[in-house]
Write a protein that binds this ligand. Structure first.
Ligand code: KG4
Ligand code: ZN
Length: 345
């Protein structure tokens, strides 16, 4: 079954076609990053206008790349939220229109759930052999620009949120620290690049573990500590930036490792641990987690960078497994409206 996914929750216009929830036939992503780099962050109105301009060309390109016409598509999956409401409106309106005109069932997908499903994607650059069957229960650490959660997954689309961020999400902290250091937007890739030449023990930044056993996160303290250090120093040269980036990245990594081990201790039946969301592209965070995990817990992360950050393939994949669970639930519709809610079923 081929599902066409649409994602416009923030600053990527993306349309994908995925077969049986895992095989990516096309995953076209038009990134607005160069546009938002001019203002150092996403201006929602500018993002929405750009989605309007790119939606139809991206849709056409995805169908062409996948060598599909509308008769091949069984259903449409759309990111309903959370995200920037003005960006979500463009995607949901496009999906409502296609569903009505082409008479295809419409499947609303929660964006963070989409990120989780990016862990099963393969093709065109990822071989099928790299991805084996998922074993439940699984633990997921979602690390994106807007969300930071630890989620227990007992089966397909069966989630329990065990912990969440009380203030900034990790990606947001990466972006804000990069801004303080003048490293540009988006901050995550810039920090991880420069951190490779830095001394991670030069600055002692706070690790917020909160009370014992807590699976919640807080990153605003680290961000403020970085700002204070910057204000204390008169000379912010390249070495300072590299050392601060490495120290910051190490502090965030320590928190992720500690929280993950704590969650595994509290849930001893977990068979797999997965990363999901834009920050899962970070190689230092990946390698530290891989080294810290107990040997009997399998480590999984999205196999291509384009599956880590926002993309429509993950939305189509999540939509496929929803449709499989509830084959009669989804009908052609013109009524999907965006939501800001994080409600995860
Ligand atoms: O999941 P995502 O694409 O969008 C949201 O749903 O928020 O995540 C975007 C976030 C940004 O904050 C970006 O700085 C971060 O992911 N990011 C990274 C890396 N690549 C992207 N953070 C750390 N290291 C990276 N290599
Ligand atoms: Zn995202």
């Amino acid at each position: 079954m081929k599902i066409l996914g649409i994602e416009t929750s923030c600053d990527e216009t993306s349309v994908a076609i995925v077969e049986d929830g895992r095989k990516v036939l096309a995953n076209v992503i038009y990134s607005q990053i160069p546009l938002h780099a001019l203002t150092g962050g996403v201006v929602p109105e500018v993002a929405a206008r750009e989605h309007v301009v790119k939606m139809v060309p991206v849709l056409d390109e995805a169908l062409k790349k996948a060598k599909c016409d509308w008769d091949d598509i069984s259903a449409i999956a759309i990111t309903q939220g959370p995200g920037l409401i003005s960006s979500l409106i463009i995607g949901t309106q496009a999906a409502n229109t296609i569903s009505f005109v082409k008479n295809k069932p419409l499947i609303p997908v929660q964006h963070i759930v989409g990120h989780i499903y990016s862990n099963w994607l393969y093709g065109p650059d990822v071989s099928e052999n790299e991805i084996d069957e998922i074993s439940f229960p699984a633990l997921v650490l979602t690390v994106s620009g807007g969300h930071n959660d630890i989620i227990l997954m007992r089966g397909h689309h069966k989630f329990k949120v065990l912990g969440e961020t009380l203030d900034d999400a990790a990606g947001e902290a990466f972006d804000k620290v990069a801004r303080i250091l003048g490293l540009g937007y988006p901050g995550g890739p810039a920090i991880s690049k420069i951190a490779a030449n830095g001394n991670a023990s030069r600055f002692k930044l706070p690790r917020s573990f909160l009370e014992k056993g807590s699976l919640n996160f807080s990153f605003s303290g680290i961000k403020t500590a970085v700002l204070r250090e910057v204000q204390k120093h008169s000379k912010i040269d390249e070495q300072f930036k590299a050392d601060m980036s490495a120290s910051f990245q190490e502090a965030v990594t320590d928190v992720f490792v500690q929280k993950t081990l704590s969650a595994l201790e509290q849930n001893p039946k977990v068979k797999e641990f997965m990363l999901a969301g834009g920050v899962s592209a970070n190689t230092r965070i990946r390698s530290a987690l891989a080294a810290a995990l107990p040997l009997d817990v399998k480590f999984r992360f999205p196999k291509a960078i384009s599956y880590c950050t926002d993309n429509a393939a993950m939305i189509a994949a999540a939509g496929y497994f929803l449709h499989k669970l509830h084959p009669r639930r989804y009908k052609p519709s013109t009524n999907i409206v965006p939501t800001m809610s994080f409600e995860i079923y």
